[in-house]
Design a binder for this molecule. Structure first.
Ligand code: HAM
Length: 425
């Protein structure tokens, strides 16, 4: 016998006991998105490689090391499994002229792929909910995005997620900063790792993002980018801070927060929890006013964020929440000639009336069927045997409370079912 196959490393099955958390999370998030006026958009998982090269940036970790890319053998196209979806969302908005009648609030959800070293909270296939406010220029849109995150953490019952905020100004301002940063990095070149040395001249801002503690020490003493920003950038940031304060959302300024993608300008932010170990960032985003133009579209301002579903669900579990894994209302047990037809009819009728009903399949003794009924978590077993069939009735047996079973005429079952279900204490 050959060995059973296993899932690809870093790409996880989400089994039913875990998936009920996901459903719970998704129900809350979708309600929250609808209440904020965001509309769903769905993009392909596969995009031209060039999209991410142009949008995320050639000298980012994602593009340099983490993309699942290949050449399509049939037509020679270079393709990539999306490592993130802001680029796809903007590509779709340009391709379909989504902003022709004004700005758009959009959300998407789904798997993203990054060839990172898997560890707790870091996977090669992971899932995001992403929110993009396209066509909005002001700090009010940045504030809306951040305040809505804070509202979601409350709704999910998650405390202790802190907001780290920064502004990285315009590309022109970053160009001015570049020289000062390179000079600083050159002075400390002996403490930089190979990555930092390589990026020091091509994209020195990426060095600020290094996870290597030794490089971080050099970064700590670098001149702050904030000092190179002009009035417009500082004004945008000041207004955002005022709006957050007015909304009661606390934050700390992280002068070295630059994010790992090159498309950002002005506002950048991350929401971080200390309860998840090394992978504590549950959400990240910012403004990306240059991306439309960079991808060949008409210039349009935009901002957004994406949150990591795995990490937020881990937090929900850690917070001791119970998932709402609703058990079925009834499990239909049947035995004898003609009983299966009656059982099918009962189950169908009750489902049409809005109840969750499992119909026993696969035969077996009455005892073994009752065992299954019990294991299903159903409130009631509905028993259709030969006696019941003859009498045109069904036996209703409560499974979760010490209440006597009762016979109910089939014709009255649907009408009486709400009452029978409610008798639970
Ligand atoms: P990002 O910071 O790369 O941003 O990812 C957003 C979130 O996805 C992270 O904060 C984290 O929770 C989760 N995440 C990222 N990588 C992994 C991984 N390997 N395993 C598990 N979770 C992960 C973006 O993707 C931008 N597109 C966000 C954005 C939207 N900016 C503007 N609009």
């Amino acid at each position: 016998m050959s060995a059973p196959l296993q899932a690809v490393r870093g790409m996880n099955d989400i089994l039913p006991a875990e998936a009920c958390w996901w459903l719970d999370f998704e129900a809350i998030v979708r309600g929250w998105l609808a209440r904020h006026g965001y509309r769903n958009i769905r993009m392909p998982l596969v995009e031209p490689t060039q999209l991410f090269r142009r949008a995320v940036g050639e000298s980012t970790d994602i593009v340099e090391k983490e993309m699942y890319s290949w050449r399509d053998e049939l037509n020679g196209e270079d393709l990539t499994l999306r490592p993130e979806a802001t680029a796809s969302c903007v590509r779709a908005a340009i391709e379909h002229h989504l902003l022709h009648d004004g700005p758009k609030r959009l959300w998407y959800a789904g798997p993203m792929y990054r060839h990172e070293r898997p560890q707790k909270g870091r996977y090669r296939q992971f899932h995001q909910y992403g929110v993009e406010a396209l066509g909005f220029a002001g700090p009010d849109a940045d504030a809306e995005l951040i305040v809505m995150c804070a509202a979601l953490w409350d709704e999910l019952g998650l405390g202790g997620i802190r907001l780290e905020l920064n502004t990285i100004g315009s590309s022109l301002e970053r160009m001015r900063y570049r020289a000062a940063l390179i000079a600083h990095l050159e002075r400390h070149a002996d403490q930089l790792d190979a990555d930092a040395k390589r990026r020091m001249h091509s994209n020195p801002l990426r060095v600020l993002d290094s996870k290597n503690p030794q490089v971080q020490a050099v970064v700590q003493s670098a001149p702050p980018l904030m000092e190179y920003l002009g009035d417009a950038s500082l004004g945008h940031f000041a207004e955002l801070k005022r709006l957050l304060a007015a909304a009661g959302v606390g934050y700390s300024i992280s002068p070295r927060l630059v994010r790992g993608l090159d498309y950002y300008n002005l506002t950048v932010f991350e929401w971080v929890s200390d309860r998840l170990g090394a992978q504590g960032t549950v959400c990240g985003g910012g403004r990306y006013d240059g991306l439309f133009e960079q991808l060949g579209g008409k210039p349009a301002p935009a901002a957004g964020f994406a949150m990591g579903i795995e990490r937020l669900i881990a937090l929900m579990q850690e917070a001791g929440r119970e998932p709402r894994d609703a058990p079925p209302d009834a499990y239909v047990v049947h035995q004898g000639e003609g009983a299966v037809q009656a059982a099918l009819k009962i189950a169908r009728e009750l489902r049409c009336a809005g109840f969750a009903v499992i119909q026993h399949c696969g035969g077996g003794s009455f005892k073994s069927q009752m065992k299954r009924a019990d294991a299903s978590g159903a409130k009631l077993a509905l028993i259709v045997g030969e006696d019941e069939l003859k009498a045109g009735e069904v036996t209703v047996k409560p499974l979760r409370e010490a209440r006597a079973q009762a016979r109910v005429p089939l014709a009255r079952l649907a009408a009486e079912f709400p009452h029978l279900c409610k008798q639970r204490t």
